[in-house]
Design a protein around this ligand. Structure first.
Ligand code: 3HC
Length: 301
């Protein structure tokens, strides 16, 4: 079913090659999904060679896991191995139809990435952001072609959760939205077309919940007790497990953005701030077993 307000899907452009900017956990998950569902070349980049190499190695590992689980056959696995490449140079995105950024959740960083990308890609390349809560319009402002910027917000774990929020800024044109919706369909995700409002829809609700639980912890309730107390709500996973899954740094950034944009009802928890301040480098890397690396401080919170 087409999301309400969707433009004519005939405007969608074909997606023949995809770029992913950033080599963190989310970026690698996106790359695997694009490879698997689109079977087109995917380039992943970061400023740091070692991070790119590690992300590409992780993606090859994920393809092998899909093979081991018989989700794909050996021919398909070989093909996917051949479609992924890494780079530290945004020029590698020159012929991409879509480039999605999943870099640090900081407006200025994302703006710089898009400004730099414009120097390398054609005017019709869609520039998508996986931002959790930042303004898509603010990211597009000042670009030569702001009409090709769109939000494309996935949920953790990317391979499993079926939703994508497609975020239309006032500047986003119909062809860009149609391309994003077509892409979501090809990825076998359910797209919802949402407004460029703080936290979009999901994080606006999720961060209220997380903020209230963190508030109870800040006021003295132990983490385990807070988690246990929420069990009757029947959430698919405990709030603190979810916090580990999305990453405390991401959760803090979203809480801060929502607090700044929507006010006091969004709590910026001192415990969460302390946890993020104490983080070790590599907090968002993959562990040997493929799960997101979470420092001891998280469980000790
Ligand atoms: N990473 C990757 N894959 C995972 C995973 C993880 N952390 N956890 C589970 N999976 C996979 C499993 O490998 C399994 O895949 P398989 O069928 O190929 O083996 C599949 O998910 C199902 O796993 P389980 O049988 O263990 O299923 P569960 O019933 O325990 O469900 C869950 C796991 C889907 C993660 C479920 O607990 C859930 O939905 N949790 C809530 C997650 C959520 O709310 N995410 C949104 C976070 S907000 C966000 O990301 C936005 C950002 O901007 C902050």
């Amino acid at each position: 079913r087409r999301p309400a307000g969707a433009p004519d899907q005939q405007l969608a452009r074909p997606v023949t090659k995809v770029g992913v900017v950033g080599a963190g956990l989310m970026a690698a998950q996106l790359a695997v999904l694009f490879l698997r569902r689109l079977r087109v070349p995917v380039v992943i980049s970061d400023l740091d060679h070692a991070r790119v190499d590690r992300a590409v190695a992780g993606i090859h590992g994920e393809i092998d896991t899909l093979l081991a689980k018989r989700r794909i056959g050996p021919d398909e696995a070989n093909r996917l191995h051949g479609l992924i490449s890494g780079s530290t140079d945004l020029a590698a995105y020159a012929d991409c139809a879509v480039v999605i950024e999943a870099v640090f959740e900081e407006l200025e960083v994302k703006r710089q990435v898009f400004a730099e990308l414009e120097r390398h890609v054609g005017p019709e390349t869609v520039l998508a952001t996986n931002t959790s809560s930042l303004s898509v319009a603010a990211m597009a402002a000042g670009l030569e072609h702001p009409e090709r910027v769109v939000g494309f917000h996935f949920f953790n774990p990317v391979a499993v959760l079926p939703l994508v929020e497609v975020v239309r800024a006032p500047t986003t044109d119909d062809a860009t939205v149609a391309t994003a919706l077509g892409l979501a369909k090809a990825l076998k995700k359910n797209a919802v077309l949402v407004a460029d409002a703080p936290g979009f829809v999901v994080n606006r609700v999720l961060l209220r919940l997380m903020g209230e639980v963190m508030g109870a912890v800040d006021e003295g309730t132990p983490v385990e007790v807070a988690d246990l107390a929420l069990q009757p709500l029947g959430l698919p996973m405990s709030t603190f497990t979810l916090l580990q899954l999305v990453g405390p740094g991401v959760a803090l950034h979203v809480a801060e953005t929502l607090h700044a944009d929507l006010g006091e009802r969004f709590v910026v928890s001192p415990n969460l701030q302390a946890l993020v301040a104490a983080r070790r480098p590599g907090l968002y890397d993959w562990d040997a077993d493929g799960s997101p690396y979470v420092s001891a401080e998280t469980t000790a919170l």
